[in-house]
Ligand binder design. Structure first.
Ligand SMILES: *[C@@H]1O[C@H](CO)[C@@H](O)[C@H](O)[C@H]1NC(C)=O
Ligand SMILES: *[C@@H]1O[C@H](CO)[C@@H](O)[C@H](O)[C@H]1NC(C)=O
Ligand SMILES: *[C@@H]1O[C@H](CO)[C@@H](O)[C@H](O)[C@H]1NC(C)=O
Ligand SMILES: *[C@@H]1O[C@H](CO)[C@@H](O)[C@H](O)[C@H]1NC(C)=O
Ligand SMILES: *[C@@H]1O[C@H](CO)[C@@H](O)[C@H](O)[C@H]1NC(C)=O
Ligand SMILES: *[C@@H]1O[C@H](CO)[C@@H](O)[C@H](O)[C@H]1NC(C)=O
Ligand SMILES: *[C@@H]1O[C@H](CO)[C@@H](O)[C@H](O)[C@H]1NC(C)=O
Ligand SMILES: *[C@@H]1O[C@H](CO)[C@@H](O)[C@H](O)[C@H]1NC(C)=O
Ligand SMILES: *[C@@H]1O[C@H](CO)[C@@H](O)[C@H](O)[C@H]1NC(C)=O
Length: 815
């Protein structure tokens, strides 16, 4: 028995070795159970049987852990192990033959070719090439099964409508064609769909150049490796995964209609599932019917859009959403135009705004290039337009007919404006007004009581300034805003005494205060240049005070009395990062680990501002003095949202009012006033390089070559002299790898062109993961000092802290 065992082992080995061919030709073929390997051995072509089945299939699998990625004879299994894969006798096709030499599968190439041969490439692509010209005439990547591999392209042709799509297996143990397909759809504003036979089952929402807007948790393309490209000429749209930065990622369309993203963990030699498209019930296409939106956080999950009501109330209440919702009040404007009904209300229709939604299917992308205002007007003027959405990355989308598959998220998504009759808008307003009036009445009553009691207890401060503030407050949501009393702030800060002054910035001086209950606060007394009205101001403060993140300084409230406007923040005893970083006696306190955690913290705070907070705030003035440190030296970003508070429009991409600090501003912002999240990424990069090098960008002088800090870092990087960049205080060979990687990330952030810079989401992932490969950095902006001075000649002085801003910069010395 034992001998037999040994013999059979040897025998199998022998077979394996003997068939190590790399090309199939008309004379060389593979016979069950022989295999064909790609050059690196990563992929193998051969025969296999699914679990509990005797059927034999020809497939391509991932060798390190048997995973089938492609099957040729999906619907024509071989019934025994007499199968052969070869080039057909006419030299034209790759074929699979059964024991009786019958063709059960063929590549079916239309052209007559001769002497073709077939090889399995390292990408997992099985190609058939013509013998004489070497031209590829067929490839398995253009006929995928259920798995999408890197560099495989799912395509859709705008002209012919031809598509390359994934098709699921029937069951996990049966490779025959299943009911689900995955393909690129809506080619003007591309998105990916999963279909159950002919019915849509799931969709990603429009692609905005970086992510699918209907998949709120989707990582940026940096991580997912997804690209969507239009080749321009043949009007074919590609959707492919690349592996430049991410390692091996595949997408698997399962037989249940799910699409799994998997990542190959080389260390553990196994697949890690990273995400799934179906997370909630709301992910099923159109669960809620027409004019309704789905929110998985709610119970029940479906609700009609504002201004709409269930078509069939009984069924709706029974949670049968199939019939959806209908408009409650007809659109007056259009009805009037239609029947010349002069008696009707003449007021125009309006729009109700939804935010953070997956926009409905069937967006009209014919006027993508319109501006936000024109987009709205065009929709208002066209009676068949029922909704529009404007996104800076996508453009203007509009909808007519029924709105289906709207989903409400708690982050991400897009804005959607739904057209409703004017009377519906009035209803909305009335409700808001009623709430405000109730709240105001209540508050006034309480304040009045308190005031009377206070008068009784103490007569000496017979002031009544709070009255005016209450008047102003009627326009903001009172309950959400903590309004501080000027008198109390004056007491807390010792009448804004200079000994309480923590610093002076462009927005105004900052004072330390202690409230009578012992709470320490920092009070920023805004300079009077703010162009905003009081109500607007308080509204902004209310909104911004709701942003909470452990790496953001908390805005506690504000104070508006007469000419005075103040912002009240939590107090940070450890002052700001620059105090530690650039002071030789203190910089020792920040060792490498501390510095790295500060870098990470800033990145997280910034990511929250850019992506996770619903406001999408761009800081515009990130620098060490705006990073405050708490007791444990955790970083907290301060002064975010100042552009909003000062009346700048955060949503606008181009601004005449350049706010920021010389040396930290990206070139496109400093020179053209163009800002985006990528301008913050630039500032972050400068900050990161300062933290690691311990050198202040603005005070960096290299007289010989007149280099800036960025120029200096770049030269040392290209000359492979990284050691000279690292602050000697923190250098430790154990951490060198991480320091090197961080500098690399810093350089990626300060690249000249904003499009090259990673987003903060990508930066955080790069910082947190050692396995992601980083692309090589391109040359940074502002390498030469000369350059900067001449280009920013407007308003500089020579102390290294110039600012070319109109609303100048806060330069707090901590709070
Ligand atoms: C083969 O796969 C390994 C990961 O398992 C990868 O590191 C290697 O680069 C691959 N080889 C080729 C030629 O793609
Ligand atoms: C295969 O057969 C075994 C034994 O009959 C059974 O336990 C197992 O569940 C089967 N697997 C599948 C996938 O059907
Ligand atoms: C077929 O191709 C092989 C190399 O791929 C070549 O050696 C042979 O001459 C070719 N035969 C014909 C008939 O073209
Ligand atoms: C097939 O032949 C036609 C015309 O002869 C040619 O235009 C086309 O490119 C060929 N296709 C392939 C795959 O070689
Ligand atoms: C797919 O559609 C079929 C009917 O065509 C249905 O029976 C099945 O439940 C659907 N699958 C899913 C996952 O919805
Ligand atoms: C794809 O999903 C199916 C389950 O439907 C699973 O059996 C199969 O192994 C998966 N394939 C890959 C390559 O992960
Ligand atoms: C849901 O309502 C539709 C019509 O409103 C009806 O045809 C259908 O049977 C209902 N489904 C269920 C499960 O009750
Ligand atoms: C105006 O509209 C009302 C209700 O829609 C309708 O009853 C009336 O006949 C219309 N008048 C004209 C002149 O069309
Ligand atoms: C109104 O919108 C519909 C659908 O988007 C479009 O077909 C039609 O041309 C538009 N009409 C005008 C006057 O723009």
């Amino acid at each position: 028995m034992f001998l037999f065992f040994i013999l059979s082992m040897l025998c199998f080995d022998f077979i394996d070795v003997s068939v190590a061919i790399d090309t199939i030709t008309s004379t060389q073929f593979i016979k069950d159970p022989e295999t064909l390997s790609s050059k690196s051995g990563n992929f193998t072509l051969g025969f296999f049987s699914p679990e509990n089945s005797t059927n034999r299939y020809v497939g391509i699998w991932w060798q390190p852990q048997f995973t089938v990625v492609s099957v040729l004879n999906r619907d024509q299994p071989l019934k025994d192990s007499s199968g052969v894969v070869k080039i057909s006798d006419d030299g034209n096709d790759l074929v699979v033959l059964n024991g009786k030499k019958e063709v059960i599968w063929t590549s079916d190439v239309p052209n007559i070719t001769t002497n073709s041969s077939s090889i399995l490439l390292d990408s997992g692509n099985l190609v058939l090439v013509e013998g004489t010209t070497g031209k590829t005439i067929w490839e398995s990547f253009e006929h995928p099964s259920n798995v999408m591999l890197p560099n495989m392209k799912l395509t859709g042709n705008k002209i012919t409508g031809e598509k390359v799509k994934l098709t699921s297996w029937k069951t996990p143990f049966d490779p025959s064609i299943g009911s689900f397909t995955l393909s690129v759809e809506r080619l003007l504003i591309p998105e990916v769909f999963i279909w159950n036979e002919t019915r849509p089952y799931w969709r990603t929402g429009p692609w905005n150049g970086k992510i699918f807007t209907g998949v709120p948790n989707m990582k940026t393309h940096y991580l997912s490796g997804i690209r969507v490209i239009d080749d321009g000429e043949g009007n074919v749209l590609f959707f492919e995964i690349t592996t430049d930065t991410v390692g091996l990622i595949i997408y698997n369309l399962t037989s249940e209609g799910n699409c799994e993203e998997k990542w190959w963990d080389e260390k553990k030699k196994e697949w890690k599932q990273t995400s799934n498209v179906h997370e909630t019930e709301c992910d099923i296409y159109g669960v809620c019917g027409t004019f309704a939106s789905c929110n998985s956080q709610n119970s029940p999950i479906c609700s009609c859009l504002k201004g709409f009501e269930p078509k069939n109330k009984e069924e709706w209440n029974r949670q049968n959403w199939t019939e959806g919702c209908v408009r409650r009040t007809p659109l007056q404007q259009c009805e009037r135009e239609r029947n010349q009904n002069t008696s009707a209300d003449k007021k125009a229709d309006g729009f109700l705004k939804l935010q953070m939604v997956k926009v409905p299917d069937f967006a009209d992308g014919s006027s993508l290039t319109l501006s936000s205002d024109t987009c709205r007007n065009q929709c208002l003027e066209n009676c068949s337009c029922v909704a529009y959405s404007y996104d800076a990355d996508i453009g203007c989308m509009s909808w007519s007919g029924n709105l289906v598959d709207i989903q409400q998220f708690s982050n991400g998504g897009l804005y959607l404006y739904i057209r409703v009759a004017h009377t519906e808008l009035d209803k909305e307003r009335n409700i808001t007004v009623i709430i405000i009036i109730t709240v105001i009445a209540g508050t006034v009553l309480v304040l009045a009581c308190a005031y009377i009691m206070w008068r009784r207890i103490s007569n000496k401060h017979a002031r009544n300034r709070s009255g005016s503030a209450i008047g102003e407050l009627s326009q903001v949501k009172l309950q959400e805003l903590l309004l501080f009393d000027l008198g109390k702030l004056a007491t807390a800060t010792n009448n804004f005494h200079s000994s309480n002054r923590l610093g002076q910035g462009g927005f105004g001086p900052v004072y330390k205060g202690t409230m009578h209950d012992g709470q320490e606060i920092a009070v920023k007394r805004l300079s009077k240049s703010s162009g905003q009205g009081q109500a607007e101001f308080m509204n902004e403060v209310a909104v911004i005070s709701k942003l909470q993140h452990r790496n953001l300084v908390r805005l506690l409230g504000c104070c508006v009395e007469g000419e005075e406007k103040m912002l009240i923040y939590e107090y940070m005893p450890n002052k700001s990062l620059d105090v530690f970083l650039f002071d030789t006696s203190k910089s020792k306190i920040l060792d490498w680990c501390k510095r790295f955690s500060i870098i990470e913290g800033i990145a997280r705070g910034l990511l929250y501002l850019h992506r996770d907070s619903r406001l999408k705030i761009i800081h515009r003035d990130l620098k060490p003095s705006n990073i405050l440190l708490d007791n444990e030296l955790n970083p907290k970003i301060s002064d975010f949202g100042m552009a909003r508070i000062f009346g700048g429009n955060e949503d606008q991409e181009n601004t005449r009012r350049v706010v920021g600090t010389y040396g930290y501003m990206s070139p496109e912002y400093a020179m053209q006033g163009l800002f985006s999240d990528k301008s913050d990424v630039f500032s972050f990069g400068v900050l990161l390089l300062e933290i690691i090098s311990g050198r202040r960008n603005s005070k960096f002088y290299d007289c010989e070559n007149s280099l800036t800090l960025l120029g200096f870092v770049w030269i040392q990087w290209t000359e492979d002299n990284i050691l000279s960049l690292i602050d000697p205080e923190i250098y430790d060979p154990i951490h060198y790898k991480y320091m090197f990687r961080s500098i690399h990330i810093g350089l990626l952030c300060v690249q000249e062109f904003s499009i090259d810079r990673p987003t903060m989401a990508a930066v955080t992932s790069m910082l947190n993961s050692e396995i992601l490969d980083l692309p090589p950095p391109k040359k940074p902006a502002f390498i030469l000092r000369q350059n900067m001075l001449s280009s920013l000649s407007s308003d500089e002085n020579n102390d290294g802290l110039h600012s070319i801003n109109l609303v100048s910069i806060s330069d707090l010395q901590g709070r």
